[in-house]
Design a protein around this ligand. Structure first.
Ligand code: ADP
Ligand code: MG
Length: 250
C-alpha cells in the first residue's frame, strides 16, 4: 500500500514545548513527533511529566511555549481547535472515568449521540460492535460497578473507540488493575496496535512495550532523556538515568 503524503507526515508534533505549574518547570523543551500508525511507549519515574505530556496533546493541560499540532491542527487557546482535536484523540486513563449511574451501553452511546449527532440506533449498533471488539458484549446492560476492573477498562477503551478517534492516548491504563486483569487489557491494546491505530501509551508494562512499541521514550524530571526502538532501548540504554530506571523496574 502506498502512503499518501499526509500519512507520512507526523500526526502529532510537539516542538520545544515548555510548561510550568506555577514556578515548577514540568515540561522542558519537549520534542516529540508521532506518525500515523506509529506506537510510542513513554516510561519514566513517577513525577517525570509523562501524564502532562499526554494531557497537553488533547489540551487537558495548556502548554506555555513551543508548538503542538495534532493532525495539522495547531493547539492554541481557541475553542475551535480544542474541539477539533478532542474529536480526533481518544484518551484512556488509569481510573476508568465511566459514569457509574449509566449502563455500559449508555456510557458508550452518550458521546456519539450528544457530540456526533448519531441516531440512538446507529450509536447502539456502533457501541455493540466495539463491545464485541473488546470481547464483553454480554455486559452491555450492566452498570460499571458490576464489572471487574479489567472489564471496566475494556469498556473505557470501547467508549473511546465509539468516537472513532484517529489517535489513542493511554495513561497507565493497567496501573489500577489487579495483576490477573492486566493481560486482558493489554491484549485489547495489542489488537488495536495490530490494526494500525496510532497510539501513545504511558506504561511500565515493559513486556507489552517490547512487543508493541515502534519507539520508546524515556522521561525524567520533565525532559525526554532518551528515545529509540525497543530492541536497542532495552538492550543498551544510553543514559545512566534510563539504565537506572530500567534496572529498578525490570
Ligand atoms: P508522571 O505522569 O510522570 O508521574 P505528571 O505529569 O503527572 O508526572 O506530573 C509531573 C509533575 O508535575 C509532578 O511533580 C506533579 O506533582 C506535578 N503536577 C502535575 N499536575 C499538576 C498540577 N495540576 N498542579 C501542580 N503540579 C502538578
Ligand atoms: Mg502519570
Amino acid at each position: 500500500m502506498f502512503m499518501t503524503e499526509k500519512e507520512t507526515m507526523p500526526v502529532i508534533e510537539m516542538a520545544g514545548v515548555n510548561k510550568w505549574f506555577g514556578d515548577f518547570h514540568v515540561l522542558k523543551d519537549i520534542d516529540l513527533e508521532v506518525r500515523t500508525g506509529e506506537r510510542v511507549v513513554i516510561c519514566g519515574p513517577s513525577g517525570s511529566g509523562k501524564s502532562t505530556v499526554v494531557r497537553c496533546i488533547n489540551r487537558l493541560e495548556a502548554h506555555q511555549s513551543g508548538r503542538i499540532a495534532v493532525d495539522g491542527i495547531e493547539l492554541t487557546d481557541d475553542n475551535v481547535s480544542v474541539e477539533a482535536i478532542r474529536a480526533e484523540v481518544g484518551m484512556v486513563f488509569q481510573q476508568f472515568n465511566l459514569f457509574p449511574h449509566l449502563t455500559v451501553l449508555e456510557n458508550l452511546t452518550l458521546g456519539p449521540v450528544k457530540a456526533r449527532g448519531l441516531s440512538r440506533a446507529a450509536a447502539t449498533e456502533r457501541a455493540m460492535r466495539y463491545l464485541e471488539r473488546v470481547r464483553i458484549p454480554e455486559q452491555a446492560h450492566k452498570r460499571p460497578g458490576q464489572l471487574s476492573g479489567g472489564q471496566q477498562q475494556r469498556v473505557a477503551i470501547a467508549r473511546s473507540l465509539c468516537m472513532e478517534p484517529k489517535i489513542m492516548l493511554f495513561d497507565e491504563p493497567t496501573s489500577a488493575l489487579d495483576p490477573e486483569m492486566i493481560a486482558e487489557v493489554l491484549e485489547v491494546m495489542t489488537g488495536l496496535a495490530e490494526e494500525g491505530m496510532t497510539m501513545i501509551v504511558v506504561t511500565h508494562e515493559m513486556g507489552f512495550a517490547r512487543r508493541v512499541a515502534d519507539r520508546m521514550v524515556f522521561m525524567d524530571a520533565g525532559e525526554i532523556v532518551e528515545t529509540g526502538p525497543p530492541a536497542a532501548f532495552f538492550a543498551a540504554p544510553k543514559s545512566a538515568r534510563c539504565r537506572d530506571f530500567l534496572d529498578r523496574i525490570l
